[in-house]
Design a protein around this ligand. Structure first.
Ligand SMILES: O=C(O)CCC(=O)C(=O)O
Ligand SMILES: [Mn+2]
Length: 212
């Protein structure tokens, strides 16, 4: 279980709704999440996504939950099946517990996207906007190597600020931050001992369907 949340006032907290819980997960919880992530990836193997323009993304990804996020020539979207055809595995309770603690126990997420960053992986500035509902925050969990997270605002090309996310940090993007541009510039490969071969796992929880 996550330890008592420690909310750290770091830039860019001037964006309302952007919260960073530094060290939210202790080492034992991080190890448990890695084990759960490995089990998920056994059921729903990581795949290399390509953008609609045909460019391969540098992260590998897979999902859990009723809906998983995919991208290919057809576009960005959520779908009920892994590209290989089977339904996504359920989101493990230890992951849902993080959501309940920092977002709300009243509405659980529909989707848990799992990104894997190898040595040279990054994620360009983007908005999370394929969901049908922006009322609920995006909750993101960092495991493994340090990552340079860049946060902007809802307009492309606006001012951005960067922070290093380390293993066990939990980020919440709600309110004004829900549709803000963000991305990962780079990771510090093998900066953490959590994943013996290095790399970073990011778990991103989202409500996709509108709550009636
Ligand atoms: O890896 C991260 O911390 C961010 C991931 C992200 O923004 C996404 O999957 O949409
Ligand atoms: Mn995102």
């Amino acid at each position: 279980m996550p330890k008592e949340a420690e909310l750290t006032e770091v830039p860019p907290l001037n964006i309302r709704g952007f919260k960073v819980y530094k060290g939210f997960l202790n080492r034992a919880s991080q190890e448990q999440l890695v084990a759960e992530s490995r089990a998920l990836a056994t059921e729903a193997p990581f795949f290399q996504p390509t953008t609609p323009s045909g460019k391969p993304m540098s992260v590998k990804m897979t999902s859990a939950g009723r809906l998983g996020w995919v991208t290919d020539r057809t576009g960005y979207r959520y779908q009920t099946a892994h590209p290989r055809g089977q339904s996504w595995p359920e989101i493990p309770n230890v992951i849902l517990n993080i959501w309940s603690a920092v977002a709300s126990p009243d509405r659980l997420p529909d989707s848990c996207l799992m990104n894997f960053y190898g040595a040279d992986a990054r994620m360009g500035l983007h908005q999370d906007k394929d969901e049908g509902d922006f009322e609920w925050p995006v909750v993101s969990v960092s495991l493994g190597d340090d990552a340079l997270f860049r946060m902007g605002n809802p307009t492309r090309g606006g001012k951005t600020e960067s922070i290093w996310l380390t293993s066990g940090d939990v980020v919440v993007m709600g309110g004004d931050a829900r549709l803000s541009y963000h991305g990962i510039d780079r990771i510090r490969f093998q900066s953490s001992s959590l994943l013996p071969k290095g790399g970073r796992i990011n778990l991103t929880l989202r409500v996709v369907d509108q709550t009636s």
